[in-house]
Design a protein around this ligand. Structure first.
Ligand code: SF4
Length: 368
């Protein structure tokens, strides 16, 4: 793969990091252990793959370890650049009121600090979306004695970051944002594709023949297209000859049932797959129909065409699939981007007729 300078990526300005005086760029090639901090959802970790690839090339002798949430940690078997995972439910990713009793007092990340200190990292790279702050993670890494701490922020947060990269524009894609952070500290990009590997032995529990995967779940209600519309899409796809696989987690059982209602021959997979199995299922599909969710990024990462119902909670340009063929369906509204977990209106941003979705699948995954 050809190494790209960060400046080679379209529209990607390179900001020099604000280093502590005399510190300069880190000596990545000399490092033996690097922590990448991304403790949020599956899709966020998948969008970090190009940054991990760039870091791997810049620090070929280092172990690269990921600080991930329990959900995000499931991606590790798919990402060859990750050598190990530190799994933690970090305090700075919890919603207010989301802590267990007593967890919001004292030192909620104390055990994590001890574990990071014991691992003896040379550097930590804190990757964040435009709406997240790197400072809590940077402070934890400082307490753990990690000498080089890289991140980006609009706001000043003291010296918890040794390499404070000026914030890229908010509207940039998450993949590019991460590469910009690394580009500012001497790590050139190595492409922007999300490629992951489907682990050997992954069990997709797929039906025989050609199929389309329908995944009606999403992390919050505002991002979920109505399951009855997914069901209408499933019936349309079945009429065109596809087997429709409707999948979701155990918690999404009711959603899956509603999305599979009256779909002839629907193949239901509820809580049946780990992420490796889901990756194998998606990799073998003709197309995937999803909300803005980890499933969209997974399809993007295994190269399967994706039709995405994208709620106006976020901007399309920040999260849309970029590697696989993709059709992103949304409706412009004056309330976009709303960042709401539950829509206070009538989800006008997702007022997309099922026939439009069936057409999009038929165009990106023709049956001939
Ligand atoms: S209709 Fe507006 S408020 Fe509701 S989810 Fe869409 S963008 Fe958000």
């Amino acid at each position: 793969m050809t190494a790209l300078a960060a400046t080679d990526l379209p529209g990607l300005p390179v900001h020099p990091a604000a280093h502590r005086p005399g510190l300069g760029d880190p000596d990545w090639a000399a490092m033996t252990r690097i922590l990448v901090v991304r403790p949020d959802n599956v899709g966020d970790v998948l969008m970090t793959v190009p940054a991990l690839r760039a870091l791997r090339a810049a620090a070929p002798g280092a172990r690269i370890e990921l600080l991930a949430s329990p959900a995000g940690a499931a991606t590790a078997p798919l990402i060859g650049e990750i050598d190990d995972v530190v799994v933690a439910s970090v305090s700075w990713q919890r919603l207010p009121g989301g802590a267990a009793p007593g967890q919001d007092r004292g030192d909620p990340d104390g055990e994590l600090v001890a574990e990071l200190a014991a691992r003896g990292y040379d550097a930590a790279v804190v990757l964040t979306s435009f709406s997240q702050s790197p400072w809590p993670a940077a402070a934890i890494c400082r307490r753990a004695g990690i000498p080089v701490r890289v991140g980006t922020s609009k706001e000043f947060g003291g010296d918890a970051l040794t390499h404070w990269v000026p914030a890229p524009p908010d509207g940039g894609h998450q993949v590019v944002r991460a590469l910009e952070v690394l580009g500012a500290v001497g790590v050139p990009a190595r492409g922007t594709d999300l490629a992951v590997r489907v682990p050997d032995g992954a069990d997709p529990q797929a039906p025989a023949g050609r199929y389309v995967v329908v995944a009606p779940g999403a992390s919050c209600p505002s991002r979920r297209w109505p399951p009855e519309r997914f069901a209408a899409v499933g019936r349309g796809l079945a009429e065109l000859g596809w087997t429709v696989v409707v999948t979701g987690t155990a918690k999404e059982a009711e959603l899956v049932e509603r999305a599979a209602a009256d779909v002839p021959g629907a193949h239901r997979l509820v809580g049946a797959l780990d992420l490796a199995g889901l990756a194998a299922l998606v990799a073998g599909a003709d197309a995937v129909v999803v909300n803005n969710s980890g499933g969209a990024h997974l399809a993007d990462a295994v190269g399967t065409p994706v039709v995405e119902l994208f709620a106006g909670t976020e901007e399309v340009g920040q999260y849309a699939p970029r590697t696989a063929p993709a059709t992103v369906l949304t409706r412009p509204t004056s309330c976009t981007p709303c960042r709401q977990l539950t829509c206070p209106f009538g989800q006008e941003c997702l007022d997309v007729p099922p026939a439009e979705v069936v057409d999009a699948v038929a165009r990106c995954a023709p049956r001939t």
